[in-house]
Write a protein of this length. Structure first.
Length: 325
């Protein structure tokens, strides 16, 4: 019976001892990325470099960042950032105040990219509730073209070498490998379109319910017939719905496309009216934060653009002419 108090005393003493678990090692260089594609590039280029931590803001849950508001977790990440890597092209308007208050170095991934003008999809501004939602002159979704992604990765490399010159060789070797992955995606996309473009038939082009597929369409060599941005508080106007419905009927378009994080209500209504199908494409705004096992590389997730092309081809063909995966 006397053993119980003794055991309790031992337990109390053990609990009062300092923890033997290793403390989290403080990063000597913290890189904060504003979007998932940038996170992929930065993670790949810093892989294995001692003392470098790569984080990203909580921007993956939305398909449009123009109305994004920084979370408390975002603010904490930005406070400890040594480098902030941005998309640029006026995509991160929500960062203006935070950047002004930060002494972190900024890498703008849009440097050297040939930007396209924003799509003029507001056919009737008075017939649409879209107050305060200005997308600017340039289309900021340029990461949707693998050729531009290679330029972005090059900008990340240049910024890291400037901020951390002692590890230039490691960054450069990693960037060379990353460029190979992105080039492979670019080449695979081109070869896919060259082989299967005839199976899409003679269609006038894509109709998307997001305005961010202009660069992707150009990379695939497919015209973008119409792009309607639709999200909460920014629904398509009656004029736009009628216009899209008439286009689908006139050209017998078999499929229209929504974005995985966007609304599909109007697309579904048009599908019921016209008999066309609705398929989803990704803007690559979110994905895994760590590489899988084996030979997997986190940057392989950029091949989601290739899967977009597969979805597009199969959608127009009306059957799975290209196997997924």
């Amino acid at each position: 019976m006397k053993k119980t108090p003794i055991l309790l005393c031992i337990l109390v003493l053990l609990l009062s001892l300092p923890s033997c678990a290793p403390a989290r090692e403080e990063a000597r260089l913290t890189v904060v990325c504003t979007t998932y594609p940038i996170y992929l590039f930065a993670s790949s280029i810093t892989q294995g470099v001692e003392g470098v931590a790569v984080e990203r803001l909580d921007t993956g849950s939305t398909s449009c960042l123009h109305d994004y508001t920084l979370s408390m977790a975002d603010m904490k990440r930005l406070e400890r950032a040594n480098i902030i890597v941005i998309n640029g092209a006026d995509l991160e308007e929500f960062l203006e105040d935070a950047l002004a208050a930060s002494d972190a170095a900024v890498i703008d991934c849009s440097e050297g990219v040939e930007l396209l003008e924003s799509l003029s999809h507001h056919h009737d501004e008075e017939d649409r509730s879209h107050d305060g939602h200005d997308h600017g002159h340039w289309d900021p979704h340029y990461w949707m073209d693998p050729a531009n992604a290679r330029i972005m990765a090059g900008n990340v490399l240049a910024g890291l070498r400037a901020a951390d010159p002692d590890h230039t060789e490691e960054y450069t070797a990693n960037a060379r490998r990353a460029d190979g992955v992105l080039l492979s995606c670019e080449t695979s996309l081109q070869n896919l379109m060259m082989e299967f473009r005839p199976r899409m038939g003679e269609r006038p082009g894509l109709i998307t319910f997001h305005d961010g597929f202009q660069y992707f369409a150009r990379a695939c060599g497919v015209p973008l017939l119409a792009a309607i941005e639709e999200e909460a508080g920014s629904e398509a106007s009656a004029h736009e719905i009628v216009e899209i419905t008439e286009l689908v009927k006139e050209y017998n378009i078999p499929v229209i496309f929504t974005e995985v994080n966007g609304s599909d209500a109007t697309a579904a209504a048009i599908a019921r009216e016209t008999g066309c199908r609705v398929a989803q494409l990704t803007m690559l705004m979110d994905g895994p934060m760590k590489a899988g096992g084996g030979e997997d590389d986190l940057l392989d997730n950029y091949f989601a653009l290739y899967e977009n092309a597969v979805t597009m081809i199969n959608g127009f063909a009306g059957e799975s002419v290209v196997p997924k995966g």
